[in-house]
Design a protein around this ligand. Structure first.
Ligand SMILES: *Cc1c(COP(=O)(O)O)cnc(C)c1O
Length: 355
């Protein structure tokens, strides 16, 4: 159990109007902070008024990107309760990321306690308009000031919170994706399975190229052969082919999404066959699409939950998926997952976590 000291702000900010909320631009009144020093471990857990950080310009995180993060949401139900979604899974994934980044881990119960404490203090910031939520961003940074390349002896773990708008202002909208065969996001032995800033920095050039060409997301191929489909933007990717649901295996280069895992469990519970072990080549994918056997494509992740794909571009060829419309299974997954998250539907797997 952490002993969390709470210092409340004396100058609360006005809450933005819920209809104006976008993703990740507004922040609440408080933040969680905890320090780590070698020999002492994690200490001084506290909630403070939200404020800018003071970092030495030689802090390791600023030069060598020794950093890790998580993404999760608090949802307000119709009757005013506040729910987290599978927060222990975020805690466990954060431990895996931290091990890969040589950052000291945080026990599951402490991670969940930190998130819960911030949500409690900033509870009034959990919005209630349809589709809105309080996005939570736990992260750890290496703060030791020195320019030698080595794991830091000092860290901070922080949690900030951002009231965020509905991802789809006017219902699920299929996106156009560009299958990228030049840049890669991850390769065997690297950090694809870890949630770390470096993966995102490395993905921006490919994403910018896709935007310039009029596509909203990149579909990444594996980094060794540039052959097999892996993720779409910063989401996991699913394909419905001849009634079977396929998604890239999590063998080190794919981020093990909690939304991905939840979709697989729901689909199997509904009797669908889900193949999360066989890799799918981009060539095969286009062949299935040409033959009319590719029924649906969608991305999964905490921010959008489910993001339908309506068009695929690969090596000079553009193919439409499901006539550019949201597929039936895509919609069913979206309605079911959001239904559970907002407490509108029964929660048979015990995924929601009241605060
Ligand atoms: C966070 C993330 C996801 C989605 O994970 P969720 O737990 O479902 O939010 C997928 N891919 C990448 C690269 C990510 O960083």
């Amino acid at each position: 159990m952490l002993d969390i000291q709470v210092t409340r702000t004396k100058t609360p900010k006005p809450h933005p109007a819920e209809e104006t909320l976008v993703f990740g631009r507004n922040f609440t009144d408080h933040m969680f902070v905890m320090d780590y020093d070698e020999g002492r471990g994690w200490h001084d857990a506290r909630i403070e008024p939200y404020h800018a950080l003071t970092l030495d310009p030689a802090a390791i995180v600023l030069h060598y990107a020794q950093e890790s993060f998580e993404g999760m949401k608090a949802y307000r139900t119709k009757d005013g309760r506040v729910l987290l979604f599978r927060p222990e899974e975020n805690a466990r994934r954060f431990q895996k990321t931290n091990r890969r980044m040589c950052i000291p881990t945080i026990p599951t119960q402490d991670f969940v306690q930190a998130v819960e404490a911030l949500v409690r203090v900033d509870r009034s910031w959990v919005p209630s308009a349809p589709g809105t939520s309080l996005y939570l961003r736990p992260f750890a940074i290496a703060t030791e000031a020195q320019l030698g390349v080595k794991p830091s002896s000092r860290y901070q773990f922080l949690v900030i919170a951002s009231p965020s708008g509905a991802y789809y202002a006017s219902g699920l909208a299929p996106v156009k994706i560009y299958i990228e065969d030049e840049y890669v996001r991850a390769a065997p032995g690297l950090t694809g399975f870890a949630k770390c800033g470096g993966n995102y920095a490395a993905s921006m050039a490919g994403q910018a190229k896709a935007h310039e060409l009029g596509y909203s997301q990149v579909l990444w191929l594996d980094g060794a052969q540039r052959k097999y489909v892996e993720e779409v933007g910063s989401m996991n990717c699913f394909f419905v082919i001849d009634g079977v649901v396929r998604t890239a295996p999590c063998t080190g280069t794919v981020l093990p999404g909690i939304t991905r895992d939840s979709c697989i469990k729901l689909l199997r519970g509904w009797g669908y066959r889900v193949d999360d072990e066989t890799r799918l080549a981009a060539d095969e994918l286009m062949e299935f699409a040409r033959a009319g056997r590719l029924q649906e494509v969608f991305g999964t992740g905490t921010a959008a939950v489910i993001s339908p794909v309506g068009q695929l571009y690969y090596r000079g060829e553009t193919l439409t998926v499901n006539g550019g419309e949201t597929g039936r299974l895509t919609r069913r997954l979206y309605e079911t997952l959001t239904g559970i998250q907002y407490g509108r539907l029964a929660d048979p797997y015990g995924w929601t976590h009241p605060v």
